[in-house]
Design a binder for this molecule. Structure first.
Ligand SMILES: [Fe+2]
Length: 202
């Protein structure tokens, strides 16, 4: 039964948000638990990506790691709401969307899911109208949020207010994180920004 792995996974993600002191985090946690796994539908998974992810998770002691290891292959990977504006994204990262106006768990107020960035890659500066929080589960990254660039690792919650430029250079294990949009969750405002470090990373 898929639910045997998916319900613990959703519960683990909700527990992560329950520990984050933002009102929108608590609302997202409650919505995950109320909706349950029946919305999630068919899985889309790439074996190579799942293997990379499992290696990073094996080295993590984050509380959600076991539930994600058990259920990651059942999730709809590759469903990126900003795919049209994020050229070359597929070579760098893969997104799983669990909640949003287009589903699979319906919400007009939030988009959220998981984010896997491949080892050693650079996701260049970008911005969007939505407020955003990433919570790192496994791996690490040199993380730029506005003027602040530093190494971020498992357990850290990084908040980007609306329109703050952000960029991530994944470490040697890659980076697995929860992502959540709130506020104005439109996708048309997502844009890549001029970034001299993107050339150096190519
Ligand atoms: Fe973002």
């Amino acid at each position: 039964m898929q639910d045997d792995a998916l319900f613990p996974l959703l519960s683990a993600l909700a527990a992560v948000y329950a520990a984050e002191p933002r009102e929108e985090a608590g609302r997202t946690a409650r919505h995950l638990l109320e909706a349950g796994p029946s919305h999630l539908g068919a899985a889309h998974a790439n074996d190579a990506i799942l293997a990379e992810m499992a290696a990073a998770l094996a080295a993590s002691d984050h509380p959600a790691v076991q539930a994600i290891l058990a259920g990651a292959h059942l999730l709809p990977w590759g469903d990126n709401p900003v795919a049209a504006q994020a050229a070359a994204a597929g070579d760098i990262y893969v997104v799983c969307t669990l909640m949003g106006p287009d589903g699979p768990i319906p919400s007009d107020d939030f988009r959220m899911g998981l984010f896997w960035q491949r080892p050693g890659t650079y996701y260049a500066l970008h911005s969007h109208d939505a407020d955003e929080t990433y919570v790192i589960v496994a791996g690490d990254a040199e993380w730029t949020a506005g003027d602040d660039t530093r190494l971020r690792g498992p357990g850290e919650a990084i908040h980007h207010p609306s329109l703050m430029p952000h960029a991530f250079r994944a470490g040697p294990q890659g980076l697995l994180a929860l992502w959540r949009w709130s506020g104005d969750v439109n996708t048309h405002s997502y844009r890549m920004l001029p970034d001299p470090r993107a050339v150096a990373a190519a």
